[in-house]
Design a protein around this ligand. Sequence first.
Ligand code: HEC
Ligand SMILES: [Cu+2]
Length: 356
Amino acid sequence: MNPVSERRRMVFFVGLTIVLIVVGILLSLRYLSPATDLSQPYTFATPNIMAPASEEAAKVRDLFVFILVLALVVFVVVEGLLLYAIYTFRNRPVEQVPQILGNTKLEIAWTAAPAVILAAILGLTLQTMAETRAPAAGDYVRVTAIGHQYWWEFQYPTEGVVTAGVMVVPVNTTIEVEMESVDVEHGFWAPELFGKIDAIPGYTTRLRFTPTTIGKGEYGGQCTQFCGVQHAQMRFSVQVVTREDYEAWVQAQLQPAATPAEGTAEARGAQQFVRQGCVACHVIDGLPGAVGKVGPNLTHMMSRPFIAGGVVPNTPEHLAVWIAKPQDVKPGSLMVVGRMDEATVSDLVAYLTSLK
Ligand code: HEC
Ligand SMILES: [Cu+2]
């Protein structure tokens, strides 16, 4: 092929690549920037794996630091030898270069040293895994975390609590989490509390953690497997509270929602919740017919600081936008609603905000 057509081909393919990248970016913008002004995401405190808040996360941090320091030592030694060799054996007339043919001791050393280092890392990793994954014993709290596109459900099988988005746990108690998924593979990770474990459809995975400090109170978590368009907005938080606060929270969660007094906006909202079909996808204990399990349980939704995986804070203003246009706030989410007038939305918000 002559050089001119070769260049044309190059220009064509480079141009095509650039066009495809630009089109890709433009298409993904719709998912990156929600269309409504009110959609300022809820801000989670940035997680820091170097500041663990549980026994297990502290062990993971220690292992990480050990491997990091070891890798730094290896880096300095290897790069040092490399620079030394580059300098000592730089290009010179052939007759000045010492000719070396093999060195058995050196070869044994550079085979054995990495083997020893890797064996040490393997040993410590297995030990950390055994320590952080051993089944909980004695007094512990069981939670089932269920991944849904794009939110987390938390069930407390012993207590009978079902909630979403926020996992409330008592401090200094082992928490045994079983992970499941109703659709695709999700990943469960709150970096300050435990390592990353996948939630796999049709299979139960487990993790254990023992929060040692209330510290920030709320620890941010994130789905860590690409599970669909709103994977990045599939966040959750873990609230570490005192034992008394935890017991009080459980008791509050077990109460059914109060039936609003007749003639109020709340009562109209409860009727609309049925009429608009919300009941098909949401459970509200105490509201007959609200049995759908597609979306989060809303019985005590005002006890949570954010909604829909942290896409917006849980305020009446954000709720109104979310209910009217969930696809604008979180495009691709599985909540689909019909067109509603403003009065209906405001009655619904009045009812939802009464669900303390
Ligand atoms: C087709 C099923 C479906 C219908 C119908 C539906 N929702 Fe939802 N809803 C969902 C799903 C799924 C989510 C979670 C979305 C996400 O986070 O990705 C959700 C989330 C919510 C949330 C946020 C809850 C939280 O804690 O994160 C509220 C509030 C809500 N819906 C209210 C309503 C109201 C009010 C209606 C009726 C007008 C309604 N929904 C109709 C499926 C539905
Ligand atoms: Cu996910």
